[in-house]
Design a protein around this ligand. Structure first.
Ligand code: SF4
Ligand code: SF4
Ligand code: SF4
Length: 338
């Protein structure tokens, strides 16, 4: 695929043009962390743009799977929401895309595919970005991912000293660069990008040298009833649910109905398997009334069912769960012992 070069002084022009037809969101350094922020030319500081940093504090999940959303009406069917200006997420990381892969299975396949999710995804443009500087919290290498993006987006941006290298991965991506005076990247620039990528992989390898147990799903299944192991793993957990709310791959939701005049409205909100009511059934029974059973569920879901049923871990190695954790529980230490 073609790789183009954009010198530093022309970055703002390109971003301004992209913002013309899209709701453009970029990762920005806000205080000491990175957050998704909507592009606002009048208030834009290119030095706060955090393309070289690791993933933002929040996943891209809420752009596509809203924390609260009206999904049905009765008696009339809910109409498709009117088309809005398409969103453009600029600076998506390899680990963000693992979340998307999980959600595509959950929301686009099978009998209960969600047309709203599909519509939103179709209307969203994704521009990936390399992670030349992985941090201690990153372990994407352990779950089969790379600190750079090679597919699943429209363009990929790699930051080098003199500007951005932009690789086109789709026709949609080619249109996004049309109209600019792009130069092809030189061999030397591409070599620099490749060296940065190799170095990022080496950093991850040094930080997370021990591969996961190749039979991890089996190992988790065998440990399921080992309460001592799980009690130790969960001993610092205060049930704050931060790990689940920040996780890019979590997809659980709850539906509730409310009367609105002579109509009934159905709303979908995020749910999380650590919540006490999560597995409660109509008659009041709860197969996971004890927290330990709920704690284990997360490991079953991400490292057993995902792999057994779909061939990959439902974990991206992004490290958000333990960055957010009140109990400082590092999931790597738990799966690393299995
Ligand atoms: S986990 Fe990997 S892909 Fe995600 S931010 Fe860190 S280095 Fe980048
Ligand atoms: S379990 Fe933790 S490391 Fe894995 S995807 Fe979720 S937040 Fe990221
Ligand atoms: S973030 Fe930590 S303390 Fe909070 S529920 Fe998750 S594991 Fe427990």
């Amino acid at each position: 695929m073609t790789i183009h070069f954009l010198p530093n002084e022309r970055r703002i022009n390109w971003l301004t043009r992209l913002a013309g037809g899209h709701n453009l969101f970029l990762p920005f350094k806000v205080n000491s962390s990175v957050h998704w922020v909507r592009f606002d030319k009048g208030n834009f500081d290119i030095n706060a743009l955090a393309l070289k940093e690791i993933r933002a504090a929040e996943p891209i999940k809420p752009f596509l799977f809203s924390p609260r959303e009206r999904v049905a009406l009765f008696p009339e069917p809910l109409e498709e929401p009117a088309a809005e200006t398409p969103a453009l997420l600029f600076g998506v990381k390899g680990c963000d895309l693992r979340g998307l892969a999980v959600h595509k299975i959950m929301f686009q396949e099978g009998e209960f595919a969600d047309p709203f999710y599909s519509k939103r995804l179709k209307e969203t443009i994704l521009i990936g970005a390399d992670c030349p500087e992985p941090k201690d919290s990153c372990f994407c290498n352990l779950v089969g991912l790379k600190p750079y993006v090679v597919e699943g987006v429209d363009l990929v941006v790699s930051v080098i000293d003199e500007g951005w290298l932009v690789e086109v991965l789709s026709e949609k991506g080619a249109k996004l660069i049309a109209g600019e005076d792009w130069r092809p990247a030189s061999e030397n620039q591409i070599d620099k990008r490749n060296a940065q990528r190799q170095e990022a992989e080496a950093v991850l390898q040094r930080r997370n040298p021990k591969p996961l147990n190749p039979n991890l799903p089996q190992a988790i299944a065998e440990k399921t009833n080992d309460d001592k192991f799980w009690a130790e793993a969960a001993q610092d957990c205060v049930e704050c649910f931060g790990c689940l709310m920040t996780c890019p791959t979590c997809f659980c939701f709850l539906l509730y109905d409310q009367a609105k005049g002579d109509k009934v409205e159905r709303t979908r909100v995020w749910d999380a398997c650590y919540m006490a009511m999560y597995a409660r059934v109509g008659g009041g029974a709860n197969p996971r009334a004890k927290f330990l059973k709920r704690f284990i569920n997360r490991f079953h879901c991400k490292f057993m069912h995902g792999k057994n049923l779909h061939g990959f871990y439902f974990c991206s190695g992004c490290g958000r769960c333990f960055t957010a954790c009140m109990g400082k529980i590092d999931i790597r230490n738990i799966i690393g012992r299995l």
